[in-house]
Design a protein around this ligand. Structure first.
Ligand SMILES: Nc1nc2c(c(=O)[nH]1)N[C@H]1C(S)=C(S)[C@@H](COP(=O)(O)OP(=O)(O)OC[C@H]3O[C@@H](n4cnc5c(=O)[nH]c(N)nc54)[C@H](O)[C@@H]3O)O[C@H]1N2
Ligand SMILES: Nc1nc2c(c(=O)[nH]1)N[C@H]1C(S)=C(S)[C@@H](COP(=O)(O)OP(=O)(O)OC[C@H]3O[C@@H](n4cnc5c(=O)[nH]c(N)nc54)[C@H](O)[C@@H]3O)O[C@H]1N2
Ligand code: SF4
Ligand SMILES: [Mo]
Length: 707
């Protein structure tokens, strides 16, 4: 039916002089299917049409997606390399820019050693490019220092899933099954604003009677419509989830057969959760005993259920623990590996899934391989044509790279596809680190706040000017198609990495003439790894509406449902969480008496570099603001629209007050999509989760004053 509609639709959409190119939105992990309109005469992108036959998004798009095309031929695109001279950027040729990069990179390495250079990547890039980032750093530049923006995004989820399930694929089920579930247990996911087109699946299921439980300190749109809203204090998820496990065990909701056959640690876990009575859980989380009981009862009694979470539970110093305990809820109920049920961490960025699997991470190699494992190093060294001894050791996480700059160990950095001057926590430290660098190169298509610190800015292409694959939040590998040629003299990220590698005399390791050649090498690099793409070809992706990894051979159907028979752990069983509750790194004090939490709004994307350049989106949401409950605001004599001064132990900023009853009366929420003096990350706490090295963006202590 949808197939038929789509074909008719596309025919009707046809306009004289325009071409429709089928691709996916560049922003979030939903990767909504769409057709881009290209004016054949001007060669410019002029519009977008949703793709009704894309099975995951069925013709839905959000305000960011429908305006994304306006960034492609935007007049603020960087069209030539820029070199900073006396504090001002001047246009340069590629040769001039590359000469300068070569000279600085080589000088710094000869003075300070190979690891003087570093690479900071991002996952708005295709798999082909994300794969090359790790190879570029380790082979092209020969440094161990490489990490990426997913460290601030998916690393706690990855850490938690690796621990409990043995493999990190964001969703254990295909989302097209979601309409058949009986219960959603959602925590720390603002679905309606952050993955708006996912809502149709929630509504379809509710139309059939599904129940919904939402845990969030704010009454988000989905919380408003939930059967139970668990209005917990930020940073208390490990107590809430342990409390859920307690009732599931206490009231006999455990699928004993499944747990006995498929899980480790059951007895230890039961012992641990004894402590988390509803009363004790309520005391810690601030959620009433009645709500806790009701939520556990609904979840425990539902035959088919999904546990879904996002950055709300993960951007904490206990993020990995939280993921483990919430995942254990699904395990106790015997839900993982079955139809329309399971667990999902909702992947954030467009290629947040694929981009975290293939070696951009400080300690990782393609296919979820590990630098710490000599066999893994041997295999990848073989694919790359180097000796295993030449493989640099593991580096450090994204935020810790700034510590290495401060210590004088990292002297130069190449940032591509990220804007840490806005998105990293404790940004004043980050800004200071950028100033301390001897040499900074930034590849971007807009002059981001990070690019402003650069010595050389290289003009990269947008998602519409190159082809490749991404992996959506289900684990489905899909195709991004080239819509048009690059603007000006911009080059794709893979061409840029290739050009610099050539200058570093490593050109022979980067012999690519086109993207399919990179993809072929990439497939081989993933072969035999946990995230195995070897059986996935461009052809199959087209024919099958995407292919789910793992897919080890071309005759393998792919894996829409994970863990049907066994988990990816040494003994094939999942590890139930045996985890204590611990306070966040920073808790309210007399001086900083309230809780600050940060996140997103529907109209902006991440550091805002792209969406702040779209007129419609800026009209909807021009500035950051502080969401406060009227009861909290009244303590400080603050009315809607007043200026409030927020301070944390790190810094201070002034924003407008937005009064709402849809937030706890002891919390303040500020969206983070703006830079410089408007950046809430001046205030956030850079304390890291011990395993994932994820900063605690979601909780810190804040002081409120009328400005
Ligand atoms: N519009 C828009 N959509 C996006 C993005 C964007 O920038 N803008 N970014 C994409 C990316 S990369 C990501 S990672 C995702 C993020 O998607 P989400 O994680 O859904 O977004 P956030 O706003 O960061 O946080 C989600 C919710 O966590 C709640 N929260 C805060 N503290 C806690 C806590 O301690 N416990 C619990 N349970 N909840 C808490 C917040 O109130 C918020 O409603 O969105 C993707 N989609
Ligand atoms: N306070 C607070 N801070 C947060 C979060 C939070 O919830 N609260 N969330 C964190 C999360 S989940 C994330 S994902 C990070 C994201 O943080 P960032 O990585 O800084 O996010 P982006 O804005 O996507 O930055 C991408 C930059 O690269 C450019 N770009 C886009 N596509 C490409 C490409 O293909 N190639 C190149 N070369 N450039 C490209 C864009 O113009 C932009 O300047 O922020 C984190 N920071
Ligand atoms: S939901 Fe995500 S992928 Fe879909 S249009 Fe919006 S930003 Fe793009
Ligand atoms: Mo993210």
């Amino acid at each position: 039916m949808t197939q038929f509609l789509a074909k008719e639709g596309v025919k009707n959409l046809h306009r004289e002089g325009e071409k429709l190119i089928t691709t996916h939105c560049c922003y979030c992990g939903m990767q909504c299917g769409m057709h881009i309109r290209l004016n054949e005469k001007t060669g410019k992108v002029v519009g977008v049409e949703p793709r009704y036959d894309w099975p995951v998004t069925l013709g839905k798009m959000c305000p960011k997606g429908v305006t994304a095309y306006q960034t492609v031929d935007h007049d603020e695109r960087i069209t030539t390399p820029l070199i900073k001279k006396n504090g001002q950027f001047v246009r340069a040729t590629w040769d001039e820019a590359l000469d300068l990069i070569e000279k600085n990179f080589k000088d710094l390495q000869s003075k300070h050693g190979k690891d003087a250079l570093s690479v900071y990547g991002g996952v708005s890039m295709t798999n082909e490019k994300c794969y090359l980032v790790g190879k570029y750093a380790r082979v092209g530049l020969g440094t161990r220092f490489v990490d990426y923006n997913g460290r601030f995004c998916m690393s706690s989820a990855a850490g938690g899933f690796m621990k409990t399930l043995g493999t990190d694929r964001g969703s254990t089920f295909p989302w097209t099954e979601l309409e058949h579930t009986d219960c959603f247990f959602i925590s720390g996911w603002n679905a309606a604003e952050c993955h708006p087109t996912s809502i149709q699946w929630l509504w379809k299921a509710r139309d059939k009677g599904a129940k919904m439980i939402v845990a969030d300190p704010r009454e988000t749109q989905i919380a408003r419509l939930a059967d139970v809203h668990l209005d917990l204090k930020s940073g208390t998820d490990s107590a809430l989830a342990n409390g859920m496990l307690h009732i599931i065990v206490r009231d006999g909701y455990v699928d004993e057969a499944y747990v006995n056959e498929r899980c480790n640690n059951y007895e230890e876990m039961k012992e641990k959760v004894k402590l988390f009575t509803p009363e004790y859980t309520s005391e810690i989380t601030g959620v009433s005993v009645e709500k806790i009981e009701k939520a556990a009862r609904i979840y425990g009694k539902s035959p088919r259920s999904v546990v879904m979470f996002c950055r709300g539970i993960e951007q904490q110093t206990k993020g990995v623990d939280n993921v483990c305990i919430y995942t254990s809820m699904a395990l106790l109920r015997g839900q993982i590996g079955k139809f329309a049920s399971g667990v999902a961490t909702v992947t954030g960025q467009g290629n947040g899934q694929g981009g975290r699997e293939h070696g951009q991470k400080a300690d990782a190699l393609p296919g979820y391989r590990k630098i710490a494992d000599p066999e893994h190093v041997k295999y990848i060294a073989g694919v790359w044509g180097i000796q295993p001894e030449e493989m640099p050791k593991a580096g450090v996480s994204a935020y810790e790279m700034f510590d290495e700059i401060q210590k004088g160990n990292i002297r130069a950095m190449h940032v591509m596809c990220s804007n840490p001057a806005v998105s990293a926590p404790n940004t004043e430290y980050v800004w200071d680190s950028f100033r301390k660098l001897d040499f900074l190169v930034v590849s971007d298509f807009f002059l981001s706040e990070t690019a402003e610190f650069a010595d050389v800015v290289l003009p990269a292409t947008t998602w519409a000017e190159d082809e490749g694959t991404t992996t959506n939040l289900e684990g489905r590998v899909i195709r991004i198609r080239k819509v048009k040629d690059p603007v000006g003299e911009s080059k794709t990220d893979w061409q840029i990495m290739q050009a610099i590698a050539e200058r570093m005399d490593k050109g022979k390791y980067f012999p690519y003439e086109n993207v399919p050649q990179i993809y072929e090498e990439f497939r081989l690099a993933t072969k035999g790894g946990k995230a195995d793409y070897y059986g996935i070809t461009y052809d199959r992706i087209d024919k099958e509406d995407g292919v789910f990894w793992p897919c080890p051979s071309e005759d393998h159907p792919g894996t829409p449902t994970m863990f049907k028979e066994k988990f990816d752990t040494p003994n094939g069983k999942a590890n139930l969480a045996v985890v204590d509750w611990q306070e966040p790194n920073e808790i309210p004090t007399a001086k900083f008496p309230h809780t600050l939490t940060t996140g997103r709004v529907v109209f902006h994307y991440l550091s805002g570099t792209q969406t702040r350049r779209v007129k419609f989106l800026m009209e909807q949401c021009p500035l950051p603001y502080a969401e406060m409950h009227p009861e909290l605001a009244s303590q400080y004599n603050l009315a809607n629209g007043d200026k409030v001064k927020l301070s944390t132990p790190r810094s201070t900023m002034v924003v407008d007050v937005r009064l709402t009853k849809a937030i706890r009366n002891d919390h303040v929420f500020v969206p983070y999509h703006w830079g410089k003096e408007l950046s809430i990350n001046q205030l956030t706490n850079p304390a890291l989760d011990p395993t994932s090295r994820m900063p605690e963006f979601k909780v810190c202590a804040v002081k409120i004053e009328k400005a």
